[in-house]
Ligand binder design. Structure first.
Ligand code: 3E9
Ligand code: MG
Ligand code: MG
Ligand code: MG
Ligand code: MG
Ligand code: MG
Length: 365
């Protein structure tokens, strides 16, 4: 049985939207998973019912159909790795072997023609994904996608070392790991490809733009930890990592207390994201404006999918979820969280920015 923790409506100032072809895209993703035999038959049977096509259609509501489909197939593939190998498979407890396997996969992502892992369904699926990344993206975007896969892979090896030792990281380490192990950064190049533009490196790698992308990762993964707590607490893996669990253990909180603190943290990250994006938009290129809008769609898409997908609602043992979002934060603060790895995000907004009329208007407080 999963946890019976009741999740209240959480704060989302972003607009709900979905690509009109979401049903077709979801069906095509199920066919793709079958064609490449992603995961065991049992895992694949579960994944194709999780509305991953709908998730992708929410991330790219106005995106090019082929890229929405590519993203959906890629997210299903990622769950093939994350569920199939890391959380439910044997490699999740063998960090050394896991890093070897993931390094081989990375070679396939870089050079799909490489004659390695020839009988491996995930490698075959990855070859297909790489060819489509080449078709719809630039060489630079393909390189960013490979680099982001590497940072995701590196973080799941760190996770596996905790799983093997049975240790739960402290909040700072967990926050750092979670920026990558939620596989959010691998989606970012597809936000660009979905709209057929390329963000120039001097903008993408600008510290404040990177902070905005990291804030999006933080919000998406903290929300995932809130909405997947029921599934994860009741799952087969007695070792599970989740922000609420980290807060319970580190700060001696009840699940309810940890939920309240996690909500306050994700609200404060959302407040900062809004103010930072407002400031960035002031002198942004059209591409950067589109990218920032893409981050907001990614956050909102993960929220709408998170409260509706049977992956998290688990109808056989229902999670207690809200059916809507709230328009104002529970915690309207623009102060840092006290987590060293990420507190610098707040230094990017001038000290008195929190008190300006425009910040208050942005936050609706
Ligand atoms: C997420 O964390 C793991 C990723 C591999 C899932 C694939 C999803 C994306 C690439 C987009 C980001 C979306 C999120 C984080 C929902 P975790 O906690 O293992 O996911 P779970 O679904 O098991 O709660
Ligand atoms: Mg489906
Ligand atoms: Mg479905
Ligand atoms: Mg995971
Ligand atoms: Mg998981
Ligand atoms: Mg989760």
């Amino acid at each position: 049985m999963g946890s019976d923790l009741a999740v209240p409506p959480i704060y989302s100032p972003f607009s709900e939207a979905i690509h009109p072809l979401y049903r077709d895209i979801d069906q095509q993703t199920a066919l793709w998973a079958e064609k490449f035999r992603i995961g065991s038959d049992e895992l694949r049977g579960r994944l194709v019912r999780h509305d991953i096509g709908g998730f992708s259609a929410r991330i790219l509501p106005e995106g090019r159909e082929e890229v929405v489909s590519l993203l959906a197939d890629f997210v299903l593939w990622l769950f093939g790795v994350d569920d199939g190998h890391c959380e439910e498979g044997e490699l999740g407890r063998k960090p050394g072997e896991l890093s070897g396997y993931l390094s081989r996969l990375l070679r396939i992502a870089q050079n799909p023609e490489t004659p390695m892992l020839l009988d491996d369904p995930l490698a075959d699926g990855l070859r297909d994904l790489r060819r489509r990344v080449d078709r719809y993206g630039t060489a630079g975007q393909a390189a960013r996608w490979v680099d982001a896969l590497r940072e995701y892979f590196f973080s799941v090896v760190w996770e596996a070392s905790h799983r093997t030792a049975g240790t739960v990281p402290d909040l700072n380490d967990y926050t750092l790991m979670r920026l990558y192990d939620g596989a959010t950064s691998v989606v970012l190049p597809l936000l660009e490809m979905g709209h057929g533009y390329e963000l120039q490196p001097h903008e993408r790698d600008n510290t404040r733009v990177r902070a905005a992308a990291e804030l999006a990762s933080f919000i998406i993964t903290w929300d995932n930890d809130i909405f997947s707590y029921h599934k994860e607490a009741g799952g087969k893996d007695e070792f599970w990592l989740n922000a609420l669990r980290v807060l319970e253990l580190e700060q001696g909180l009840t699940p309810e207390g940890a939920l309240d603190l996690a909500i306050s943290q994700r609200d404060r990250a959302t407040n900062l994201f809004l103010v930072l994006c407002d400031q960035l938009r002031a002198d942004a290129s059209p591409q950067l404006r589109q990218y920032l809008a893409g981050l907001a769609s990614f956050i909102r898409g993960a929220q709408d999918w998170g409260i509706t997908s049977v992956r998290y609602t688990t109808p056989h043992d229902p999670a207690s979820f809200p059916d809507a979002f709230r328009k104002t934060p529970v915690d309207a603060s623009l102060l840092p969280l006290g987590i060293p790895a990420v507190d610098w995000w707040w230094q990017l907004v001038p000290g008195d920015a929190a008190d300006t009329a425009s910040a208050k208007e942005t936050l609706g407080v």
